[in-house]
Ligand binder design. Structure first.
Ligand code: HEC
Length: 100
């Protein structure tokens, strides 16, 4: 059982992650990635529902970029990166784990 305060933090963190995924991050993740929870159908990058990256993998991709995907280090705060990492890992069905 999670304490209510954690449940609230979790929900608002996920809402922030979803918002960033859909356009808060520039360029938007939706342009290139398919992720069902975000109603996103991009086909340039891997389908995140299938890749199921854990939070650390998402955070690393966002900080360093990977292949044709740009780094978001200059445009997203660390909190934003963590929120996105938690969101993508959670809704894609990856194992949980906090991004550092
Ligand atoms: C311009 C297109 C583009 C955008 C925008 C983009 N990505 Fe990607 N992404 C890619 C491509 C292409 C790859 C595969 C790179 C490779 O493996 O060479 C990728 C890979 C990934 C991976 C897997 C990394 C790994 O370790 O294999 C994750 C996770 C990811 N993207 C998440 C995101 C998130 C979250 C956003 C929004 C903040 C985003 N991407 C925005 C194109 C994009």
């Amino acid at each position: 059982m999670m304490a209510p305060v954690h449940a609230a933090d979790d929900a608002s963190g996920l809402a922030l992650g979803r918002k960033l995924f859909k356009g808060g991050a520039i360029p938007a993740c939706t342009l290139c990635h398919t992720l069902k929870d975000a109603d996103s159908t991009g086909v340039i990058g891997p389908v995140l529902d299938e890749l199921k990256p854990d939070a650390q993998r998402v955070a690393t991709a966002l900080r360093n970029g990977v292949g044709n995907m740009p780094s978001y280090k200059a445009t997203l705060s660390d909190d934003d990166i963590r929120a996105l990492a938690r969101y993508v890992s959670k809704v894609s069905g990856a194992m949980q784990g906090a991004a550092r």
